[in-house]
Design a protein around this ligand. Structure first.
Ligand SMILES: C[S@@+](CC[C@H](N)C(=O)[O-])C[C@H]1O[C@@H](n2cnc3c(N)ncnc32)[C@H](O)[C@@H]1O
Length: 202
Protein backbone atom coordinates (compact mmCIF):
# COMPACT_ATOMS: atom_id res chain seq x y z
CA UNK A 1 0.00 0.00 0.00
CA UNK A 2 1.32 3.47 -0.91
CA UNK A 3 2.34 5.76 1.97
CA UNK A 4 -0.37 8.16 3.17
CA UNK A 5 2.01 11.09 3.48
CA UNK A 6 4.85 12.71 1.59
CA UNK A 7 7.49 15.20 2.70
CA UNK A 8 7.54 18.57 0.97
CA UNK A 9 10.18 21.13 2.05
CA UNK A 10 10.54 19.18 5.29
CA UNK A 11 6.80 19.29 6.00
CA UNK A 12 4.70 16.15 6.31
CA UNK A 13 1.76 16.45 3.94
CA UNK A 14 -1.14 14.02 3.62
CA UNK A 15 -1.91 12.85 0.12
CA UNK A 16 -5.42 13.79 -1.07
CA UNK A 17 -6.37 10.12 -1.35
CA UNK A 18 -4.99 9.19 2.08
CA UNK A 19 -7.26 7.60 4.66
CA UNK A 20 -6.78 10.58 7.01
CA UNK A 21 -8.03 13.09 4.39
CA UNK A 22 -10.90 10.84 3.34
CA UNK A 23 -11.95 10.43 6.98
CA UNK A 24 -11.95 14.21 7.51
CA UNK A 25 -14.06 14.67 4.38
CA UNK A 26 -16.50 12.05 5.67
CA UNK A 27 -16.77 13.60 9.13
CA UNK A 28 -16.85 17.32 8.24
CA UNK A 29 -18.51 19.69 5.79
CA UNK A 30 -16.39 20.28 2.68
CA UNK A 31 -14.34 23.51 2.41
CA UNK A 32 -16.41 26.00 0.41
CA UNK A 33 -14.09 28.75 -0.90
CA UNK A 34 -11.39 26.68 -2.67
CA UNK A 35 -9.68 25.62 0.57
CA UNK A 36 -9.95 22.01 -0.59
CA UNK A 37 -6.26 21.24 -1.19
CA UNK A 38 -2.76 22.66 -0.80
CA UNK A 39 -2.18 25.35 -3.42
CA UNK A 40 1.33 26.05 -4.63
CA UNK A 41 1.87 29.82 -4.18
CA UNK A 42 2.72 29.24 -0.50
CA UNK A 43 5.95 27.65 -1.76
CA UNK A 44 7.00 30.97 -3.34
CA UNK A 45 6.68 32.53 0.13
CA UNK A 46 8.53 29.63 1.75
CA UNK A 47 11.51 30.29 -0.56
CA UNK A 48 11.30 34.02 0.14
CA UNK A 49 11.30 33.39 3.90
CA UNK A 50 14.26 31.04 3.65
CA UNK A 51 16.18 33.81 1.88
CA UNK A 52 14.86 36.44 4.34
CA UNK A 53 14.35 34.48 7.58
CA UNK A 54 12.11 35.97 10.24
CA UNK A 55 13.50 36.26 13.75
CA UNK A 56 12.90 33.56 16.36
CA UNK A 57 9.33 33.70 17.76
CA UNK A 58 8.16 36.26 15.19
CA UNK A 59 4.39 36.75 15.13
CA UNK A 60 3.12 35.68 11.74
CA UNK A 61 -0.43 35.74 10.42
CA UNK A 62 -1.34 33.69 7.38
CA UNK A 63 -4.50 35.01 5.74
CA UNK A 64 -6.64 32.66 3.63
CA UNK A 65 -4.61 29.86 5.19
CA UNK A 66 -6.64 26.90 3.93
CA UNK A 67 -4.81 23.78 5.09
CA UNK A 68 -2.13 26.04 6.55
CA UNK A 69 1.04 24.54 5.09
CA UNK A 70 2.73 27.95 5.10
CA UNK A 71 1.72 28.52 8.74
CA UNK A 72 3.04 25.10 9.69
CA UNK A 73 6.30 25.71 7.86
CA UNK A 74 6.78 29.03 9.71
CA UNK A 75 6.05 27.39 13.08
CA UNK A 76 8.35 24.44 12.39
CA UNK A 77 11.26 26.12 10.61
CA UNK A 78 11.32 29.54 12.32
CA UNK A 79 9.67 28.73 15.65
CA UNK A 80 7.22 31.52 14.80
CA UNK A 81 4.00 32.21 16.69
CA UNK A 82 1.53 31.71 13.90
CA UNK A 83 -2.16 32.46 13.45
CA UNK A 84 -4.03 30.99 10.50
CA UNK A 85 -6.96 33.12 9.33
CA UNK A 86 -9.67 31.83 7.03
CA UNK A 87 -13.29 32.80 6.33
CA UNK A 88 -14.21 29.14 5.95
CA UNK A 89 -14.33 27.19 9.21
CA UNK A 90 -14.26 23.93 7.22
CA UNK A 91 -10.56 24.28 6.37
CA UNK A 92 -9.41 24.09 9.99
CA UNK A 93 -9.70 20.30 10.56
CA UNK A 94 -7.22 19.90 7.66
CA UNK A 95 -4.90 22.50 9.19
CA UNK A 96 -5.11 20.76 12.58
CA UNK A 97 -4.33 17.37 11.04
CA UNK A 98 -1.20 18.74 9.36
CA UNK A 99 -0.11 20.76 12.40
CA UNK A 100 -0.30 17.60 14.50
CA UNK A 101 1.63 15.55 11.94
CA UNK A 102 4.37 18.19 12.06
CA UNK A 103 4.40 18.61 15.83
CA UNK A 104 3.46 22.31 15.84
CA UNK A 105 0.57 24.49 16.98
CA UNK A 106 -1.14 27.12 14.84
CA UNK A 107 -3.73 29.44 16.37
CA UNK A 108 -6.96 29.63 14.39
CA UNK A 109 -9.02 32.72 13.57
CA UNK A 110 -12.21 32.34 11.54
CA UNK A 111 -12.53 35.70 9.83
CA UNK A 112 -12.83 37.38 6.48
CA UNK A 113 -9.80 39.45 5.45
CA UNK A 114 -11.72 42.70 5.73
CA UNK A 115 -13.07 41.93 9.21
CA UNK A 116 -9.71 41.43 10.90
CA UNK A 117 -9.57 43.70 13.93
CA UNK A 118 -7.00 46.51 14.09
CA UNK A 119 -5.59 45.31 17.42
CA UNK A 120 -5.03 41.81 16.01
CA UNK A 121 -3.30 43.16 12.91
CA UNK A 122 -1.19 45.52 15.01
CA UNK A 123 0.39 42.59 16.89
CA UNK A 124 1.82 40.95 13.74
CA UNK A 125 5.44 41.17 12.58
CA UNK A 126 4.58 39.61 9.24
CA UNK A 127 1.40 38.88 7.29
CA UNK A 128 1.53 36.29 4.50
CA UNK A 129 -0.91 34.66 2.12
CA UNK A 130 -0.68 32.41 -0.94
CA UNK A 131 -3.36 32.11 -3.65
CA UNK A 132 -5.75 34.42 -1.83
CA UNK A 133 -6.78 36.96 -4.49
CA UNK A 134 -8.47 34.77 -7.07
CA UNK A 135 -11.77 36.66 -7.64
CA UNK A 136 -12.22 40.33 -8.46
CA UNK A 137 -14.52 40.56 -5.40
CA UNK A 138 -11.48 39.80 -3.22
CA UNK A 139 -9.41 42.81 -4.40
CA UNK A 140 -11.16 45.39 -2.23
CA UNK A 141 -11.28 43.27 0.99
CA UNK A 142 -7.57 42.48 0.67
CA UNK A 143 -6.65 46.06 -0.15
CA UNK A 144 -8.60 47.22 2.93
CA UNK A 145 -6.83 44.66 5.11
CA UNK A 146 -3.41 45.67 3.77
CA UNK A 147 -4.20 49.35 4.27
CA UNK A 148 -5.29 48.72 7.88
CA UNK A 149 -2.18 46.59 8.55
CA UNK A 150 0.13 49.26 7.11
CA UNK A 151 -1.57 51.93 9.24
CA UNK A 152 -1.17 49.72 12.30
CA UNK A 153 2.57 49.45 11.60
CA UNK A 154 2.88 45.81 10.47
CA UNK A 155 6.47 45.80 9.14
CA UNK A 156 6.01 43.40 6.21
CA UNK A 157 3.24 41.82 4.15
CA UNK A 158 3.98 39.16 1.51
CA UNK A 159 1.32 37.82 -0.85
CA UNK A 160 1.97 35.27 -3.59
CA UNK A 161 0.00 34.25 -6.66
CA UNK A 162 0.50 32.55 -10.03
CA UNK A 163 -0.47 35.87 -11.65
CA UNK A 164 -4.25 35.90 -11.84
CA UNK A 165 -5.82 39.18 -13.04
CA UNK A 166 -7.35 40.12 -9.62
CA UNK A 167 -4.00 39.64 -7.87
CA UNK A 168 -2.20 41.77 -10.47
CA UNK A 169 -4.83 44.52 -10.02
CA UNK A 170 -4.33 44.39 -6.25
CA UNK A 171 -0.57 44.50 -6.80
CA UNK A 172 -0.86 47.58 -9.05
CA UNK A 173 -2.78 49.43 -6.33
CA UNK A 174 -0.25 48.41 -3.67
CA UNK A 175 2.74 49.47 -5.80
CA UNK A 176 1.13 52.89 -6.26
CA UNK A 177 -0.10 53.40 -2.70
CA UNK A 178 2.54 51.61 -0.57
CA UNK A 179 5.54 51.51 -2.94
CA UNK A 180 5.18 47.71 -2.86
CA UNK A 181 7.47 45.49 -4.89
CA UNK A 182 6.12 42.95 -7.38
CA UNK A 183 8.68 40.32 -8.33
CA UNK A 184 8.58 37.24 -10.55
CA UNK A 185 9.55 33.97 -8.92
CA UNK A 186 9.65 30.27 -9.71
CA UNK A 187 9.90 26.95 -7.92
CA UNK A 188 10.89 23.46 -8.99
CA UNK A 189 9.50 21.62 -5.95
CA UNK A 190 6.86 20.25 -5.37
CA UNK A 191 6.28 21.15 -9.06
CA UNK A 192 7.81 23.49 -11.59
CA UNK A 193 5.71 26.66 -11.35
CA UNK A 194 6.14 30.38 -11.73
CA UNK A 195 4.34 33.35 -10.29
CA UNK A 196 4.69 36.54 -8.31
CA UNK A 197 5.46 37.86 -4.87
CA UNK A 198 3.91 41.13 -3.76
CA UNK A 199 6.07 42.55 -0.98
CA UNK A 200 4.91 45.50 1.10
CA UNK A 201 7.58 46.89 3.42
CA UNK A 202 6.38 49.36 5.98
C1 LIG B 1 -7.13 29.07 -3.05
S1 LIG B 1 -7.27 28.77 -1.34
C2 LIG B 1 -5.58 28.89 -0.80
C3 LIG B 1 -5.38 28.25 0.53
C4 LIG B 1 -3.93 28.28 1.06
N1 LIG B 1 -3.45 29.62 1.18
C5 LIG B 1 -3.01 27.44 0.21
O1 LIG B 1 -2.09 28.00 -0.40
O2 LIG B 1 -3.18 26.21 0.16
C6 LIG B 1 -7.97 30.32 -0.76
C7 LIG B 1 -8.32 30.35 0.71
O3 LIG B 1 -8.77 31.67 1.05
C8 LIG B 1 -9.93 31.57 1.85
N2 LIG B 1 -10.74 32.79 1.63
C9 LIG B 1 -11.42 33.14 0.52
N3 LIG B 1 -12.02 34.34 0.68
C10 LIG B 1 -11.68 34.77 1.92
C11 LIG B 1 -11.97 35.96 2.68
N4 LIG B 1 -12.73 36.96 2.18
N5 LIG B 1 -11.44 36.08 3.92
C12 LIG B 1 -10.67 35.07 4.44
N6 LIG B 1 -10.38 33.93 3.78
C13 LIG B 1 -10.87 33.78 2.53
C14 LIG B 1 -10.62 30.30 1.37
O4 LIG B 1 -11.50 29.77 2.33
C15 LIG B 1 -9.43 29.39 1.08
O5 LIG B 1 -9.06 28.62 2.19
Amino acid sequence: MAADTKTVRGITVYKNKSQAIRTLLDLNDDPEIHGNKIWFSSFFIIDYLNANPPQHKTKIMEVGCGWGILSIYCAKKFNAKVTGVDADKNVFPFLKLHAKANGVKVKKNISRYENLKLNILAKQDLIVGGDICFWKELIEPLYKMINKAVKEGVPRIVIADPGRAPFLKLAKRCVKKFKAELIQVDISEPKTKNGYLLIIEN
